[in-house]
Design a binder for this molecule. Structure first.
Ligand SMILES: [Zn+2]
Length: 561
């Protein structure tokens, strides 16, 4: 979208949660099934809502356990050998028919089964749920007892004798860097016009779904409602009666007004802005700081906190988990580098420590201004959002006054979102140059009366600074994606670097990076809480540590010429 008139001067965080955390919704009780191993030992299988299948470990034959698996307690399905997986599915679903060309799976436990669970068990990836739905266009997404779902051999995991491959890894664009990838996606479009107006035409490829391969890729929508609504609209525009019945080769018509800037037609403002930024990225020379990051000023922000627990899904809430990752990044930077590191927020009961287990939402948090500003719901949450950039800008100003190099400043804000479940992994927001204002001054009531606001509640950016800000932030984001890939941490399949949030007809850049005076800044959505695999990852302390290590590796790689 080229039009800039609909910028929302809101605080700009992705989800504005209710101030009070909602009580946990009761999950349906797990289904326990007794089965016999080939040796005749009794064993319990447990199928849990959104958590999937696990098997009592103690009597499992060794041949069923993947190498290195601890047989104590419950063994997750993923830790079984192919033989163990086939046995477990047959024991749990005795009515299923395993045929040469497909498995016919009969729903037995509609309370705990879902299309996601089926995709995870049979195809190896919950992410394949939209492909599974496409294979069963006549069945409703909400599963019913007795429904028979087809899982064709091409979707069945190789462990189960199928030829299925992992999701989203099938296209040549996947290995390209951001600019080349976006250009390749653009190359797949052609422009046309019919009696309903102008459109961009796209032909569906094998294994693609309208949600992820068209809407999330070619438009700026990623939220569940926006994606679903637009998918329906585009399907209708393309003469397709059912989104789930789409076959490879199908022609999709995307009305031009929905296209994200990089895909707008020649001559449009959006495309011109996109090209200007890409040119700036190519011109921008990296800053060298050496592996110890000497004299680099880094400020870490963990989104939400206190009464604001952020996005929620799959039994997780955003605040504590992203705080934990930020604290791990902080610790690694302090241990391994000479960078000067500060945080914008602290949980008083915990300090700057990370945790192996996170049980309940922390209720206290303070922004580290002078005096500290408690995130306690007494003041609107907008204040605590704004104070993060005010504080960070004040610290950066002090760094520059002390002869610090303005180019060696980095601001990172950690979040997790709740997007359409087909979007998986990390996504990074950079401040789109066109959406950063020339001047902005925080109103008195929103300054929280902290000392930092006296000098740093006002910002001004030249056109050049806006472009440089987006360009450097894009360079950093690209480096971060590479580091995440190396750690095998999932990243959005389509456009993992974005410079705008689009929601409910409005577009904006999150305030913490929009007003940041740091040379390089990024808002990192570490995971999509709505996606079950992402949620499982985030719950795991080892994953959070690997994530933090990838961030630190990226920072080090970024400050090398
Ligand atoms: Zn957030």
């Amino acid at each position: 979208m080229g039009g800039l008139s609909r910028i929302v001067p809101a605080m700009g965080l992705l989800v504005l949660p209710a101030l009070m955390a909602a009580p946990a919704v009761q999950d349906p009780a797990p289904v326990l099934t007794q089965a016999r191993t080939p040796e005749g030992r009794a064993i319990i299988l447990r199928l849990q809502f959104k958590k999937g299948l696990s098997v009592e470990g103690k009597s499992l034959p060794r041949a069923f356990l993947a190498k290195g698996t601890d047989p104590g307690g419950w063994v997750p399905f993923e830790s079984l050998t192919p033989e163990g997986k086939r046995w477990a599915l047959a024991a749990l679903f005795p009515e299923d028919q395993w045929r040469e060309e497909e498995v016919r799976h009969r729903i037995r436990h509609p309370d705990v089964e879902s299309v996601w669970t089926m995709a995870a068990l049979f195809s190896g990836h919950g992410q394949n749920y939209d492909r599974l739905m496409a294979e069963n266009p006549d069945l409703p997404e909400k599963v019913r007892e007795g429904d028979v779902w087809r899982i064709p051999r091409g979707l069945l995991s190789s462990d189960l004798g199928g030829t299925g491959r992992g999701p989203d890894r099938s296209h040549p664009e996947d290995d390209l860097d951001d600019e080349a990838r976006v250009a390749a996606y653009r190359g797949l479009l052609s422009f046309g016009e019919d009696d309903q107006g102008k459109y961009a035409a796209y032909r569906m490829r094998k294994g693609e779904a309208l949600y992820s391969s068209v809407v999330i890729r070619y438009t700026d929508r990623v939220d569940p409602k926006g994606v679903t609504e637009l998918a329906d609209r585009i399907a209708k525009r393309s003469g397709i009666p059912d989104v789930r019945g789409i076959q490879p080769g199908q022609l999709i018509k995307i009305p031009l007004t929905f296209l994200a800037d990089p895909f707008q037609s020649e001559g449009s403002l959006g495309l011109a802005e996109e090209r200007e930024v890409r040119a700036e990225v190519r011109r921008t020379i990296r800053v060298e700081a050496g592996p110890k990051l000497k004299n680099v000023r880094i400020i870490l922000d963990a989104g939400h906190g206190g009464v604001d627990s952020g996005a929620r899904s799959n039994g997780l809430w955003e605040s504590d988990y992203v705080y934990d990752i930020a604290m791990r990044v902080r610790r690694l930077l302090e241990q391994e580098t000479e960078a000067q590191v500060s945080s914008t927020i602290r949980y008083p009961g915990l300090g700057f420590k990370s945790r192996e287990e996170i049980h309940t939402p922390s209720r206290a948090a303070e922004i580290l201004t002078t005096p500290p500003f408690p995130v306690d719901g007494e003041s609107p949450s907008a204040v605590s959002v704004h104070l993060r950039w005010v504080l960070a800008n004040d610290l950066f100003a002090a760094f520059r006054r002390a002869k610090g190099d303005a180019q060696k400043t980095l601001f990172l804000s950690f979040h997790a979102d709740s997007l359409h479940p087909s979007a998986r992994g990390s996504m990074i927001y950079v401040p789109g140059a066109a959406l950063v204002p020339t001047t902005f001054s925080l109103g008195g009531a929103k300054t929280g009366h902290v000392a930092e606001a006296k000098q740093s509640a006002r910002v001004a950016f030249t056109g050049r600074e806006k472009l440089q800000g987006e360009a450097r932030s894009r360079q950093f984001s690209e480096t971060l994606l590479k580091a995440l890939h190396r750690e095998r941490i999932p990243v959005h399949a389509n456009r993992p670097i974005r410079n705008v949030i689009y929601r409910g007809g409005a577009k904006w850049v999150p305030a913490v990076i929009r007003y940041s005076t740091s040379a390089t800044k990024a808002l990192i959505e570490v995971a999509n809480l709505t996606n079950e695999e992402d949620a499982t990852n985030l719950r795991d302390a080892d994953f959070r540590e690997r994530y933090a290590a990838a961030v630190v590796n990226a920072i080090r790689a970024y400050y090398r010429k």
